[in-house]
Design a protein around this ligand. Structure first.
Ligand SMILES: NC(=O)C1=CN([C@@H]2O[C@H](COP(=O)(O)OP(=O)(O)OC[C@H]3O[C@@H](n4cnc5c(N)ncnc54)[C@H](O)[C@@H]3O)[C@@H](O)[C@H]2O)C=CC1
Ligand SMILES: O=C(CO)COP(=O)(O)O
Length: 329
């Protein structure tokens, strides 16, 4: 199958490599000429995935039309703040019914929309789906066993994606719950910031387990209010991704949270992590969604207070611990 990948960061490169390894004809687009030159010369994403030598059959381009026109599938792997501009940029090149698979995670702050909806809005003639789950590029790039979910409202599309991506180390499940998949993948990043902050403050495993579990309760509350399936939220793209992102050394969100817990601002933390820290972009939008749907998300609120409202991490934690007494159920 001919596949175009938009975005040559860690995730775009790891997935392009996987797809080329599966025998597909892959071309990767990046907005960044320097990135394309590096990939062409070294077959290695030296900034994001050092040590992973990418399949030499992959082509690279800065010309988006080459990665879109005539491709059977387009994989969109640009960070969430650039999904709308990238979709706008390719809209007139996408043919009727062409398949676009979003693999990024985030919620747009100005519209509170998830990424599949944004792509659908900008490219109404496309069929848009999502692929998400606990899947760090650093591990997928090394062929470490990984499981994800392909979501599309039309199950046949989800199956097409499953067939394209699946191999002996990358297991893909199908689902029609696009809302649940995208919500879990986006909100877990905000909770991972909290888990990282807790680690950065020097607190213990008990605290992190509490943040993950109560964070999951917040994801469930919002997800159910938005019509997601509880099985999706407790599945790979919800609970699974929350576990990996709150505990992994590879996690950009956890690592940024750690630096914030140590006293850095979110801008300083993002600069140090270098790669995209999606939780920072999704934090305000998640809180706004919670208010819109009338659900409580105290951990998400605490993360917002630390990131944007000048509260120290310690103060936010004290506030969380001193909330009204309540029943767990
Ligand atoms: N890295 C990972 O392990 C995983 C990442 N994801 C998601 O995939 C998405 C991409 O993440 P990464 O590849 O890690 O990001 P990254 O930080 O490695 O790469 C960023 C990419 O964005 C491109 N870019 C910068 N400005 C741009 C613009 N204005 N328009 C279009 N592209 C632009 C850069 O050229 C670069 O290729 C994120 O939403 C992330 O949450 C999902 C699963 C795993
Ligand atoms: O979503 C991801 C892994 O599934 C990547 O985000 P993190 O690097 O913050 O964990």
């Amino acid at each position: 199958m001919k596949i175009g990948v938009l975005g040559a960061g860690g995730w775009g490169s790891a997935l392009a490599n996987l797809l080329a390894g599966n025998g597909h004809e892959v071309i990767v687009w990046s907005i960044d000429e320097r990135e394309v030159a590096m990939l062409k010369e070294f077959h290695e994403q030296r900034d994001r995935l050092p040590g992973v030598i990418l399949n030499s059959s992959i082509e690279y381009t800065t010309d988006a039309s080459k990665a879109v026109i005539g491709q059977k599938m387009i994989v969109c792997a640009v960070p969430s703040p650039f999904v709308r501009s990238t979709a706008k940029n390719i809209a007139d090149k996408v043919s009727n019914g062409q398949l676009i698979v979003n693999v990024s995670k985030g919620i747009e702050e100005s519209t509170l929309k998830a990424l599949v909806e944004i792509i659908e809005e900008e490219i109404p003639q496309a069929k848009v789906a999502v692929l998400s789950g606990p899947s760090h590029a650093e591990e997928v790039g090394r062929g470490i066993p990984t499981t994800v979910v392909a979501g599309a409202r039309d199950i046949e599309i989800a199956k097409t994606i499953q067939n394209a991506f699946m191999n002996d180390y990358f297991r893909v499940y199908t689902s029609t719950d696009v809302t649940g998949i995208e919500l879990g993948g986006s909100v877990k990043n905000v909770i991972a910031l909290a888990a990282g902050i807790s680690d950065g403050l020097g607190l213990g495993d008990n605290t992190k387990a509490a943040l993950m579990t109560r964070g999951m309760a917040e994801i469930m509350r919002l997800g159910l209010a938005m019509g997601a399936d509880v099985k999706t939220l407790s599945g790979l793209s919800g609970m699974g991704d929350l576990i990996v992102t709150c505990t992994s050394k590879h996690s950009r969100n956890r690592n940024a949270g750690y630096l914030i817990g140590q006293g850095k601002t979110y801008e300083e933390a993002m600069a140090e992590v270098k790669m995209v820290v999606e939780g920072v972009y999704s934090a305000k939008a998640t809180l706004a969604l919670a208010r819109e749907h009338g659900v409580e998300m105290p951990i998400v609120e605490a993360v917002n207070n630390v990131l944007f409202n000048g509260m120290t991490a310690k103060e936010a934690l004290t506030e969380l611990l001193n909330r009204d007494r309540k029943s767990e159920l």
